[in-house]
Design a protein around this ligand. Sequence first.
Ligand SMILES: *Cc1c(COP(=O)(O)O)cnc(C)c1O
Length: 398
Amino acid sequence: MDTKLSLLTQLQHLGTAPCDETTPVAPVGLPSIRTSTVRFNTLEDLEATYRRKSKGERLVTYGRMGMETHAALETVFCQLEGGKRCFLASSGLGAIAMSLLSLLSAGDHMLVADCVYGPVRHLANTVLSRMNIEFTYVPAQSLDALQAQLKANTKVLYVESPGSLLFEMLDIPALAAFAKQHGLILVVDNTWGSGYAYQPLELGADVSVIAGTKYVGGHSDLMLGAVVAKDKALIERIDLNQYAMGYSVSADDAWLAIRGVRTLPIRMDQHARSALQVCRYFDDLPETRRVFHPAFEKDAGHALWKRDCTGSNGMLSIELALSDRQIRTFVNVLELFSIGYSWGGFESLIQWVDRPTLENHAYWSREDTQIIRLHIGLESVTDLVDDLDQALQKARAI
Ligand SMILES: *Cc1c(COP(=O)(O)O)cnc(C)c1O
């Protein structure tokens, strides 16, 4: 597709069905092509397919990698991220595992930003450590801290920007320069930006990983992950490994993701506008110690956000001077915010971030404060603020 067209336009024209030569009509959207088996007319056709496949074409000889529905979704992720090739996974965590298991070998060491998505630690503590892969968590805002932990066998720098709980902005161009200088592969979890608000590959990263479960799907009804790269050698490496590990995504989930992604820019702009209003609401409260949302002017990462991002989303965290009992009341009496871990769907969510989770972070909250993480959904923001306000009044009354 013509890449000069705006993303909004591209997203409406990708993944449409070609016209049937005989009828000559087509449904607008590609159908969900479910298949395990692909059939060939002649042995010569089969052999020709293998020959073209060996030269790098995306041709299918068996259903595991998926047919047109999957190919269209892979193209979408490449357009979003500015990548050359995309590999799909059945979840975001599956995509993270695919990237790390493709890029690391026994005896290697990896530097990991301390603000990454929590389950990455589980992956490292179980699978990677069993494979004799070492890892060190570092506050990746500091190049000095990274430099201090660098080892002769360090191969990968794995980060997430902004961070998963407190949305710390990282300086991806500086991290990319650091990685290049030391021969490391820079892998970035870009679920926050989902290729719309942030493009790590354009900023110098080597691999971008997205949980399509979140904003790409956008409707809290599917699990999906994607690994996107643009360097030929890296693509070959990931290709061999993802094939070996048998990754496969359901055609229906790929179809749902294509349907969801058409409205990604519109949804994310709306999430972002409402989230900023919620930041302002909290900023005016006496209980608020700190607002974490890089698009908010007072956030510590705001300058980096302005320099590197093209948008924002509905995620924010707030540090509140409330007691444990008060925060429980606050969370429990909310009517429009469900208690839940995920984000990126149409609905508003709240998570009370417990202290053991925060202990992993460079930023340590004080004993008398609480951190809540909110996903601001597509409801009316006036209704959401009213709901937060009624809950806060009940919490204050305790
Ligand atoms: C949710 C999430 C993931 C994992 O995605 P799943 O599809 O739930 O496995 C990875 N990274 C970030 C930043 C996430 O928010």
